[in-house]
Design a protein around this ligand. Structure first.
Ligand SMILES: Cc1cc2nc3c(=O)[nH]c(=O)nc-3n(C[C@H](O)[C@H](O)[C@H](O)COP(=O)(O)OP(=O)(O)OC[C@H]3O[C@@H](n4cnc5c(N)ncnc54)[C@H](O)[C@@H]3O)c2cc1C
Length: 402
């Protein structure tokens, strides 16, 4: 059985993936959107969203649903499956899922990010019952209670401050003897009478009956163990991209420290035809609005990539015999040669494709054309010869086979 082939495969139906689907469909692409859970992504578990422009107040689930409906309106095909890997086979991009494989002309990675877990006993058991990763979502449950924050970076220190609006006391537990946060944030937190730092300490377990009642702590310097009665614990030890399906970090796509996906402003990753959008990118602000913006850019870049590929293919790889002149449309000398070459080809009945090297950088790189302008001869889709050409005379010589 031959493999399913699609134009654009998007992985993850959060705000980034759903926006990419809307833009992709409106550009006329065949779009397949793969999602392992509920379309909508992280906002499905967000109580309230108050910073999505045009909507003063919405529950996360409602906003997620309206994103999904919007993508459905433009006839996006959704598939309920988990992506297990991406493979490049003979230059083709293959998305491997638990429900089969799909070959894609372009892929957009939009699998989001997740909070780093402490990994201690009781953490999973009490999530939603006193263990939280979001102060904005859950702080109000701890009115006049004692809570703990675990972490030492900006998020931990700032969220501890936010929690003091509700809690009677906030312990700030950090495994080192200094916080990693900005000086200003640290000063503000330490000046807050409701915040008490606990340095050099890790949480060994979270304990309670139905709800969190206490933390078992260990001082990493002295080894001393202690109990800390709290009604809640907020864990802010970082976020990480959901990219496990890409295998060993950096083995397929360039990733930065922390395994975030590196892209340029077109959302292009280090692999041709693979784009990334949303929280999994290395970027300064991870929010719905930035994820949606990334999704739009990624879809339009994927569209350009797919059409460029098709265009180039039809010009270079399909004809029996063709010459191609690669010159830059932003260089006057190149443009002069291009005009002369066009005239020469018309006068002599030569099949010559004129390709702007500036707009088609990928193919220039792929053909290894280090110096431009350059001419390449193709026969039945195979490269026969290539050379740099500085003048019409040199181009004529090449075409005549000298
Ligand atoms: C508690 C909380 C509160 C927040 N509050 C706000 C707020 O008020 N305002 C705001 O703007 N932002 C808020 N955010 C951040 C916002 O939700 C994210 O920035 C946004 O959802 C990122 O979108 P995304 O599309 O990149 O990823 P996500 O929303 O994470 O979506 C990724 C999707 O990919 C799917 N996926 C992952 N791996 C696979 C796989 N292998 N195969 C198939 N599918 C896969 C996931 O199931 C998920 O649906 C909040 C986040 C949280 C957790």
């Amino acid at each position: 059985m031959s493999m399913e082939k699609r134009e654009l495969v998007i992985i993850g139906a959060g705000p980034a993936g759903l926006t990419a689907a809307i833009y992709g469909r409106r550009a006329g692409l065949d779009v397949l959107l793969l999602e392992k859970g509920l379309p909508g992504g992280q906002i499905n578990i967000t109580d309230e969203i108050e910073n999505w422009p045009g909507v003063i107040h919405s529950s996360g689930a409602e906003l997620g649903q309206s994103f999904r409906k919007h993508a459905e309106h433009f006839k996006t095909e959704f598939r309920d499956c988990t992506v297990k890997g991406i493979e490049i086979r003979n230059g083709s991009k293959v998305v491997v899922t638990d429900k089969g494989e799909v070959e894609a002309e372009a892929i957009i990675l939009a699998t989001g990010a997740a909070f780093v877990k402490l990994g201690c006993k009781g953490e999973a058991e009490f999530t939603g019952a006193g263990v939280s990763y979001c102060a904005v979502c859950d702080a109000a449950f701890f009115e006049d209670e004692v809570v703990a924050v675990v972490g030492g970076g900006n998020v931990a220190v700032e969220e501890a401050g936010y929690l003091t609006r509700f809690a009677s006391k906030v312990y700030l537990i950090h495994r080192r003897d200094v916080f990693r946060a900005d000086r200003h944030a640290i000063e503000q937190a330490l000046a807050n009478p409701k915040i008490e730092p606990i340095y050099n300490t890790v949480v060994e377990s979270i304990e309670g009956a139905d709800l969190v009642e206490k933390l078992m702590l260990k001082n990493v310097k002295t080894g001393e163990k202690s109990e800390l009665p709290v009604a809640g614990v907020f864990i802010f030890i970082g976020t990480e991209p959901i990219v496990d399906f890409l295998g060993e970090p950096g083995s397929l796509i360039k990733q930065t420290r922390g395994n975030w996906i590196e892209t340029n402003e077109k959302m292009e990753t280090s692999v041709e035809g693979i784009f990334a959008a949303g929280d999994l990118r290395d970027k300064p602000l991870r929010q719905v609005v930035t994820a949606a913006g990334d999704g739009a850019v990624a879809a339009m870049s994927a569209y350009s990539y797919i059409t460029e590929q098709l265009h180039i293919e039809s010009m270079l790889y399909q004809p029996e015999h063709v010459f191609a002149l690669f010159s830059s449309s932003i260089d006057q000398e190149h443009m002069r040669l291009q005009a002369q070459a066009e005239q020469f080809a018309a006068d002599n009945g030569v099949d010559l494709s004129l390709i702007c090297a500036y707009k088609n950088k990928r193919i220039v790189e792929k053909l290894g054309l280090a110096a431009l302008p350059a001419v390449v001869e193709f026969k039945k889709g195979e490269i026969v010869r290539q050379s740099q050409v500085a003048s019409l005379a040199q181009l004529e010589e090449f075409i005549k086979g000298k």
